[in-house]
Design a protein around this ligand. Structure first.
Ligand code: M6R
Length: 611
């Protein structure tokens, strides 16, 4: 995963801007961090295990002097989490410094060859071969950009690379398979793994494409494609603008980004619904043309986005009478690709638009002649650029590793889309119209109950953190809510949590239930499902477990604790949005109570760009 940032300034110091950018990239990995600054006495590198704050405390990074620099925040792949393995890596003479995101598959052969030619490599990383390859290019008289182009022509695998060279004002960068955007500013230019890391400097960006290199000087940015032997062909590309602001990516008065992002949900959903007005007609056209020509709709997504796809699949069937399929992206090649046909539509959902499993799935699908409809949050992301049609969620930057506001935005967008599709198809009767009418009320419903849900989650959290396992029961559309609630709890509190269909309990999981395994039950609104869930709650309580119920007002269920998260009368199809909010808060409060950092859960990174 890893985050990369770089800046070349006409005047002033690069280090404080790099540190700010790195803080915004920490969601991509946070086991070590480092920067390299080109100063009057060559390239200064500081790096080490820990967060960007740790780096600042250890080395006073912001005080390093020089107008050109690069920075990195690491999620270890090759080589343990040590100071030596932290990036940047340098060449034999410490004149070239490189940061890298991705995996170099042929690093072992390259390393052997370099060592055979007398190079001394100091780390266990795959990355370290790159500065030495650049060093060789420079020694043979190439300019830094040519040396990098030649170096990348020897690399196999995935990479976003940024390099600086002693005595030079430019940063040279390359991309294949890992994200990198160029930032066009006043008095300088940048590069970063995503646009959010540059917002404190500029909101104008140019996405770099796979197989390209670029030279970033304080005055301009130049791009080339690279041929098999490092030959370079210039590329012209106009900058784009993102309507995100730096303050959208700040923590503000909140203790953690996750809490801020939970509280932002009413405004994020509102923005999503206005985005939906802009983008959904074309997406609906694409869905209609797929169905008309006998194609199928197949979702591909990972983690939280996969849970949103389950809601989408449910709504497509329920409202529009369309039987879609949904696959976890990492299983797509094995389960979906064998029967995918030309004319099918892959509906890819990804907050980041950079999840490797999703990109692999959509690329394989396109090779078979399927079209791709993408729902993404991050502008300029790879998935957005590669898809036939894009639905931008408009939730704003999400920094916490746990997806919160982007989940409710995804579900809001899917609800809008399916209701509109049903109305265009003349299906779904009054139901689709009723849902379309209720949807604009959802931000107000969430807003009105947020404080109360938080107060209750603080009250109930003791029951959760005093046990090692929590089970989540869902039915119907809120099966997705149970899976998502469990994912939130386990990923940030490290308490074992599982989501199940309520009816599936008796087929095995009930064996685990005891007074030590509290359960969270999502109470359906429909009477048939409600009764079934009440039966499940009784079975769990009969084994001594306490139950927390998430419900709409007026919903009756025998439970020790309850979150009244939605008003009576809200259609069942719309409950996934307000019902997940207390579970996000419960997970957040559990992580805080246990002393975990909810924004940086161990072993995880927000954007999973490796397979
Ligand atoms: O960026 P994406 O939506 O493709 O990310 C997918 C998952 O990696 C992501 O949802 C992950 O499961 C989150 N940590 C969940 O909170």
């Amino acid at each position: 995963m890893c985050g990369i940032v770089g800046i070349a300034l006409e005047m002033g110091e690069a280090a404080p801007i790099l540190v700010e950018g790195l803080k915004r990239l920490e969601y991509r990995g946070y086991d070590s961090a480092g920067v390299a600054i080109v100063g009057e006495r060559g390239v200064s590198v500081v790096k080490g295990v820990g967060t960007v704050d740790d780096l600042e405390r250890r080395f006073g990074v912001s005080a390093l002097s020089g107008g050109t620099g690069i920075g990195h925040t690491r999620w270890a792949t090759h080589g343990g989490v040590t100071d030596v393995n932290a990036h940047p890596h340098t060449d034999c003479s410490d004149r070239v410094a490189v940061v890298h995101n991705g995996v170099i598959d042929n690093f072992a052969e390259l390393r052997r060859a370099l060592e055979g030619r007398g190079h001394v490599l100091r780390s266990d990383t795959d990355t370290e071969v790159i500065p030495h390859l650049v060093e060789e290019g420079l020694s043979s008289g190439l300019a830094p950009i040519q040396a990098l182009a030649r170096a990348v022509s020897m690399l196999e695998g995935s990479y976003a690379i940024a390099a600086v060279v002693s005595g030079r004002r430019e940063i040279v960068v390359a991309r294949r398979g890992s994200p990198l955007v160029l930032g066009i500013g006043e008095g300088g230019n940048m590069c970063a793994s995503d646009v959010a890391a540059m917002l404190h400097f500029t909101n104008r960006y140019i996405p770099l494409e796979d197989g390209e290199v670029a030279e970033i000087t304080p005055e301009r940015v130049r791009i080339w494609t690279v041929g098999p032997r490092g030959e370079m062909t210039p590329v012209e590309r106009e900058p784009r603008e993102v309507d995100w602001t730096a303050s959208m990516a700040d923590k503000g008065p909140y203790d953690h980004f996750m809490l801020k992002e939970i509280y932002e949900q009413p405004s994020a959903i509102e923005r999503t619904l206005s985005q939906a007005e802009v983008y959904s007609d074309r997406a609906v056209d694409l869905l209609l043309s797929t169905i008309d020509s006998g194609g199928r709709v197949v979702f591909a997504a990972a983690g939280t986005s996969y849970h949103a796809s389950l809601v989408g699949k449910y709504l497509l069937a329920r409202l529009a009478g369309i039987q879609a399929e949904s696959y976890v992206a990492s299983e797509f090649e094995d389960w979906a690709i064998p029967h995918l046909r030309e004319g099918d539509l892959v509906f890819a959902i990804s907050q980041s638009g950079e999840t490797a499993d999703v990109l692999i799935a959509t690329r394989a699908a396109r090779k078979l002649g399927a079209r791709v409809l993408a729902m993404v949050n991050v502008p300029g992301s790879t998935l957005a650029r590669e898809a036939d049609e894009v639905l931008y969620m408009g939730a704003g930057p999400e920094v916490g590793v746990a997806a919160t506001k982007t989940y409710t935005s995804q579900v809001a967008m899917l609800t809008h889309l399916t209701a509109r599709l049903a109305l265009r198809l003349g299906r779904g009767g009054n139901r689709a119209g009723e849902i379309a009418d209720w949807l604009p009320e959802i931000p107000k419903i969430v807003e009105a109950r947020l404080e109360e849900m938080d107060r209750l989650s603080k009250r109930y959290v003791g029951e959760v953190v005093s046990h090692h396992s929590v089970f989540f029961l869902g039915r119907g559309v809120n099966l997705a809510t149970s899976l998502e609630g469990a994912l939130k709890l386990k990923e940030i509190s490290y308490i074992h949590a599982e989501g199940f269909p309520g009816g599936e309990y008796k087929h095995g999981p009930l064996a685990l239930i005891s007074r030590d395994t509290p359960a969270v039950a999502i109470l359906p609104r429909e009477e048939r499902l409600r009764r079934l869930m009440v039966g499940n709650i009784m079975e769990v309580r009969a084994r001594g477990a306490k139950v927390i119920v998430v419900k709409a007002d007026g919903g009756e269920a025998p439970a020790e604790m309850e979150f009244p998260a939605a008003p009576e009368g809200l259609p069942e199809e719309l409950t996934p949005i307000p019902f997940i909010v207390p579970l996000q808060l419960l997970a957040y409060r559990a992580a805080v109570a246990l002393g975990r950092d909810p924004d940086k859960p161990r072993n995880l990174a927000k954007s999973v760009t490796v397979i």
